[in-house]
Design a protein around this ligand. Structure first.
Ligand code: SF4
Length: 458
């Protein structure tokens, strides 16, 4: 999943029913798309209560940090943010409500955090946004607000889609039961469970009514969707159902795990027109010895077979992957196997992470024996190789016409931005309002990560 930090755009200033300025919230998010989805859900709940967004945390009545601990860097960033909020609250905004949510808050961590950050009012585990709503409506200053309004806000967009979002994330499985040796997520998000299909479809319909054209179904292992539901309810089935929703033009899903990428799912993607031929499936290492130590549950030969099977049904499918370099015990030979696999499979995009031990994981007990310098050398070598592959694959699109779903207008560069079904980023110029439309674009420039072209009319 992507890594990003953001805040949500504003809706127009609304006055509360009693004529006072409406209360404000600020929501800071870092981490994966699951966090983005949780933040959007919380934003919609707060707006249903009558809050409006403020861009500056220091002006907010309610400030929320949605955190990530997959690596040390985002955790450090969140702690710095939180400490600064604590300073603001302590010095001149004693009434500010501060909430901490996301992967920093696990069951076992909440007590320690409460001791460390006494100024935080509410701790919420990932996806548990109701705790803040409960706190607000029980708070003297806001007790006139109605919780039922926020409970109705069960779609993951602001009440008014003022920022004219075209794509949205819809979590369908929560948590993960896999316990890969290096991963902290199962410790923070708990075991995996599926959301009920009718709840997911209701959310997708609500999003379509708000102008959303593309939904991304999310899960740590999204292809395990339905393992705890009725027979026949699985990701293949859900993809076909979501594709039937009026107004939805494209459907994507992520993140896949090689152990669950079966032929039924591949066929559903290949046969359902609105489902994009796009797979995100980490391989993490090309060395079987390291894969076993990571407890990934497959060998490099099995991973290669799955890629062949995907390409048998969808020869041009776009496949993105995650790789970790410098895992404990990774030798030069292990790393060269990763390089070899990357070169052989020629996947479309690589997210490369340098290994760092995370608390309470199995690998944290192993010796982190690859030096920082060597990790960086391996990251750079793999990055150079994969960038070259990306550039060569993008270059194949030169002169071709691709279908682009237009997501936004870049004011600064005066051009439109969108994506192909294969998730390639495309820019083009047009005086017409193309937002949310499918536009044919003839590609006349390619780079490793983006394309530029000329649009037919939109
Ligand atoms: S599959 Fe492994 S890496 Fe992915 S969330 Fe689960 S434990 Fe973490």
């Amino acid at each position: 999943m992507n890594r990003s930090s953001s805040s949500f755009s504003n809706i127009d200033s609304r006055q509360s029913a009693i004529g006072n300025p409406p209360p404000t919230y600020n929501l800071w998010t870092i981490g994966c798309q699951m966090n983005e989805a949780d933040s959007r859900h919380l934003a919609s709940q707060l707006e249903a209560l009558g809050f409006v967004e403020t861009k500056r945390a220091e002006d907010a009545d309610v400030a929320v940090l949605n955190t990530c601990v997959v690596r040390q860097q985002p955790e450090d960033k969140a702690v710095r943010k939180l400490t600064s909020l604590g300073g603001i609250k302590g010095s001149h905004r004693p009434g500010m409500i501060i909430a901490l949510m996301g992967c920093m808050v696990g069951k076992r961590e909440a007590e320690d955090l409460a001791e460390r950050f006494g100024f935080v009012d509410v701790f919420m585990a990932p996806s548990q946004t109701d705790a803040l709503i409960d706190f607000i409506v029980r708070h003297d200053a806001y007790s006139h607000l109605k919780k039922s309004q926020a409970e109705l806000a069960d779609y993951r967009l602001p009440v008014v889609n003022q920022d004219k979002a075209i794509t949205a994330f819809v979590p369908i499985t929560l948590g993960c039961s896999h316990v890969c040796s290096y991963c902290v997520i199962p410790h923070r998000r708990g075991p995996d469970r599926s959301r009920m299909p009718e709840e997911v479809l209701r959310e997708v319909r609500a999003l379509a009514r708000q102008g959303i054209k593309e939904v991304n179904l999310l899960g740590q292992i999204v292809d395990r969707y339905g393992f705890d539901l009725d027979d026949g309810v699985n990701l293949a089935w859900l993809l076909r159902e979501v594709a039937k929703v009026d107004g939805i033009l494209r459907v994507r899903f992520l993140t896949s795990h090689p152990a669950y990428m079966d032929e039924e799912l591949i066929r559903a993607v290949a046969e359902t027109e609105k489902v994009c031929p796009y797979i995100e499936m980490p391989f993490q290492s090309g060395s079987d010895r390291i894969l076993e130590s990571m407890r990934r549950g497959y060998t490099q030969a099995e991973y290669r077979d799955i890629i062949s099977n995907i390409r048998k049904f969808m020869p041009n499918a776009s496949i993105n992957t995650d790789v970790i370099v410098g895992y404990p015990g990774e030798t030069e030979e292990d790393f060269l196997e990763t390089m070899k696999l990357a070169e052989e499979l020629r996947l479309d995009l690589f997210h490369i992470a340098k290994y760092s031990p995370r608390p309470r994981t199995l690998s944290a007990k192993m010796r982190d024996d690859v030096s920082a310098v060597e990790k960086e050398r391996r990251r750079t070598a793999l990055d150079e190789l994969t960038k070259k592959i990306n550039a060569e694959k993008s270059a194949q699109l030169l002169g071709q016409t691709v279908e682009v779903l237009v997501e936004a207008f870049q004011e600064k560069k005066k051009r439109w931005r969108g994506r192909t079904p294969h998730n390639k980023l495309v820019f083009f110029e047009s005086d017409t309002d193309c937002l949310g439309q499918l536009v044919n674009v003839k590609i006349n420039w390619t780079g490793p990560f983006s394309l530029i072209g000329t649009a037919s009319e939109c």
